[in-house]
Design a protein around this ligand. Structure first.
Ligand SMILES: [Zn+2]
Length: 289
């Protein structure tokens, strides 16, 4: 990234860096960036296609300003606008972590340039697991909320229901700087009360298109076969707690690579603006043929 040493030297560049990041000129610095920022100001005003992503902006700033006072996350690739009605998308989702196979799974996904969504259980976010969460965000994955302790949400008191969602969101935000806006209700059980609370907390409910039943049927080949039956726009339910599943992920990715799929997070699958808190989602409507 050009100009990093210049930005490191000159603190006043921070403001220009901010301008640069806002107008999408990450990677430029010094006079060149200043000129570019001025030129951008001269062009007729055009509404931004989507609101500024604060997390992406922060990542860009961290990348350019080593002194930027944050948790010093590496620069993540950020949210992409992907039109899954035009290209073949698949959203792999891994539930019940973080756990002992998370690092291995992240390595496999990284080796295949694949993105996924991790629906994490709050109480699993131990001190040892925190770096995995940071890595998820840094490597372009999405973290979703899978409650604090994995209960059947439909059976909880209003206070407990609210707490199950809020505690996990708080913890994820504390360690990664990003707050989940998707919820996977444990066992897929939900009702109007759960929907209302999810809406109040800004969480869209994400179910699935393909249930691999991998937590129960621990046979790699069976799980791989079920996953590879996915059609474009599918949300695939997997569990990172099953060693047999993690062992099958390279095969799944090789299959999707051969078929020309794009790996998307849940938010990318729908486009962030289309995910409505409280609503339920099972799949993208599919490609326009
Ligand atoms: Zn679960």
């Amino acid at each position: 990234m050009g100009g990093t040493s210049a930005s490191r030297r000159a603190t006043p560049l921070l403001v220009m860096t901010l301008v640069g990041a806002l107008v999408g000129t990450a990677g430029c610095a010094g006079i060149g960036m200043f000129r570019q920022a001025r030129e951008s100001a001269a062009v007729p005003e055009r509404p931004l296609s989507r609101p500024i992503d604060a997390d992406l902006l922060r990542h860009r700033l961290v990348a350019q300003q080593p002194e930027w006072p944050t948790g010093r996350l590496p620069a993540g690739p950020g949210f992409r606008t992907v039109d899954c009605s035009r290209i073949k998308c698949v959203a792999l989702t891994f539930d019940d972590g973080p756990g002992k196979y998370t690092a291995r799974l992240l390595d496999i996904l990284a080796a295949h340039n694949a993105r996924a969504t991790f629906f994490v259980i709050g109480r699993n976010i131990t001190r040892e697991a925190r770096p995995h969460l940071v890595r998820m965000v840094a490597e372009g994955h999405e973290i979703g909320n899978h409650t604090w302790s994995h209960p059947d949400l439909t059976r909880l008191s209003p206070a407990k229901l609210a707490e199950e969602m809020a505690k996990t969101n708080r913890l994820v935000k504390a360690y990664t700087g990003t707050e989940p806006h998707t919820l996977r209700p444990p066992y897929g059980t939900t009702n109007a009360r759960v929907a209302k609370e999810a809406k109040r907390q800004g969480l869209a409910q994400i179910l699935w298109t393909i249930d691999t039943n991998d937590w129960q049927e621990r046979k790699t080949d069976v799980v791989v076969k079920r996953v590879t039956a996915a059609k474009p726009g599918a949300i695939v339910l997997l569990h990172e707690t099953a060693a047999t599943t993690v062992a099958g992920v390279p095969k799944m990715l090789e299959y999707f690579n051969r078929q020309g799929y794009t790996y998307v997070t849940i938010s990318e699958l729908f486009g962030e603006q289309y995910l409505q808190p409280g609503e339920k989602y099972r799949e993208h409507a599919g490609m326009i043929q």
